[in-house]
Design a protein around this ligand. Structure first.
Ligand code: ADP
Length: 416
């Protein structure tokens, strides 16, 4: 081995933090020879004389690699290798088993216990240093990868923590906002009731006769107060996500359409927007709550008017659908339309496509969310089709009410 030493390149500068190699051999002479060789090649060497000492040194010195003799008293090299490879903290520590010259069986057994490489005894110094270098390179790459993984894991954990905290804060803010909106809306109810009460007394001339001018002024005040009353009710209902109790029974859709059109009239007239109703008299009754249906249609019509240009026309249609099992009601306008990316969001409470303070159209962003809530409470669902710049169509279906006769016919049949 002495003549081999001349070939080892010792001129290259030592790494600033040389790798630590643990050599395990019960043969003192061989142990020293290997140690000299590797020290000369620039490595830090730790030694062990048997398997137990080897495991102890691994714990103490955390080496970068092990050169392990197989035949040793008490704990042999296979057993040491097996234990290291079964331990998650040392599974990636490279183990080079030192086998005899004719060591095929030893190598097979070494592969089984997880050895990374083999060296024949007596070791050729050039081969030894080359193997050590390449295994250490692999180990270093692995360590870097592992450090990178841990760093990533830590960063992901930190970001997840930050996001969770932000989400918690957002939820808390959202809860406070809902609570505030609902509290303010409730607080507005009582003074509004007083206003409505006194306006009613004035309108009935119970407090004294009104001049025509006072009458007109009073009408404006009553309309404004009613509008406010409806908004407060909408916000309270939306805040509590409840619109009940509803009385779902057979009703005429045309009556709900008529009521809704009347309510929207004052907003449509000044902008010369006509509202056409196409509701055939022959349509069967539908299962719905008349007030809830009118309220829902009012919101859809309100939007159709609001988002249409002056002089435009809006249509409400009712027609049979699903082979006469339901009636489909739709509100169509030829107004500004809704960009596709907003279509799935407009039914969320307080969502507005143009939510800027400079937006031209009024509204509190509650109409569609409430229409959705009202329809769901009646077993229906709302849909929209819209093309930006061309207009929108909102529609839903209600079940046709069964004739009382056919209901009893069916129950008779069921009994037979
Ligand atoms: P708002 O009080 O703002 O009208 P809504 O909940 O009724 O609140 O509607 C939510 C948003 O959906 C509106 O602000 C508007 O951006 C859009 N939108 C609803 N209906 C129409 C429509 N017919 N045409 C164009 N945009 C509409």
């Amino acid at each position: 081995m002495a003549e081999d030493r001349a070939v080892i390149d010792t001129t290259s500068p030592l790494p600033p933090d040389p790798a630590t190699i643990l050599i395990v051999d019960d043969d003192a002479a061989h142990l020293e020879a290997l140690s000299d060789l590797l020290t000369t090649a620039g490595y830090r060497v730790v030694k062990a004389r048997d398997g137990h000492q080897a495991l102890e040194q691994v714990r103490r010195c955390n080496p970068d690699m092990i050169l392990l003799d197989i035949l040793m008293p008490r704990l042999d090299g296979y057993e040491v290798c097996k234990r290291l490879k079964n331990d998650p903290s040392t599974v990636f520590l490279p183990v080079v088993l030192i086998t005899g010259l004719d060591g095929l069986e030893e190598r097979i057994k070494g592969v089984e216990v997880g050895a990374d490489d083999f060296l024949t005894k007596p070791a050729n110094s050039l081969e030894l240093v080359t193997r050590v270098r390449s295994l250490l390179r692999v180990k270093r790459l692995h360590d870097e990868l592992e450090a990178h993984r841990r760093d990533l894991e830590q960063r992901v954990a930190e970001r997840t923590g930050q996001l969770q905290r932000a989400l918690k804060e957002l939820r808390e803010l959202d809860r406070l906002k809902s609570e505030f909106v609902s509290r303010v809306s409730h607080e507005l109810r009582t003074p509004l009731q007083h206003i409505m009460g006194y306006l009613g007394l004035l309108a009935d001339e119970a407090i004294g006769p009104l001049t025509p001018e006072q009458g007109r002024g009073l009408d404006t005040a009553v309309n404004a107060a009613r509008q406010l009353e409806r908004l407060v009710r909408d916000v309270v209902d939306l805040g509590s996500a409840r619109v009940g109790p509803l009385a779902i029974r057979p009703i005429s859709a045309s009556e709900a359409v008529r009521v809704a059109i009347t309510m929207v009239g004052p907003a449509a007239a000044p902008r010369r927007i006509s509202i056409a109703a196409d509701v055939p008299a022959s349509l069967p009754a539908v299962m719905a709550d008349d007030q809830a249906l009118a309220r829902c249609l009012r919101h859809l019509l309100d939007n159709a008017v609001k988002f249409s240009p002056v002089g435009a026309s809006v249509e409400v249609r009712a027609q049979l659908a699903h082979h006469g099992r339901s009636v489909r009601l739709s509100v169509r306008d030829r107004g500004i339309g809704i960009p596709g990316q907003h279509l799935d969001k407009i039914f969320q409470g307080f969502y507005q496509v143009d939510g800027t303070t400079t937006r031209r159209h009024g509204g509190a962003g509650v109409g569609l969310a409430l229409a959705k809530l009202l329809l769901e409470a009646q077993g229906s669902s709302i849909h929209v089709e819209s093309v930006e710049g061309q207009g929108s169509q909102f529609y839903f279906e209600l079940s046709v009410a069964r004739e009382p006769k056919s209901v009893s016919d069916e129950s008779d049949r069921a009994r037979l």
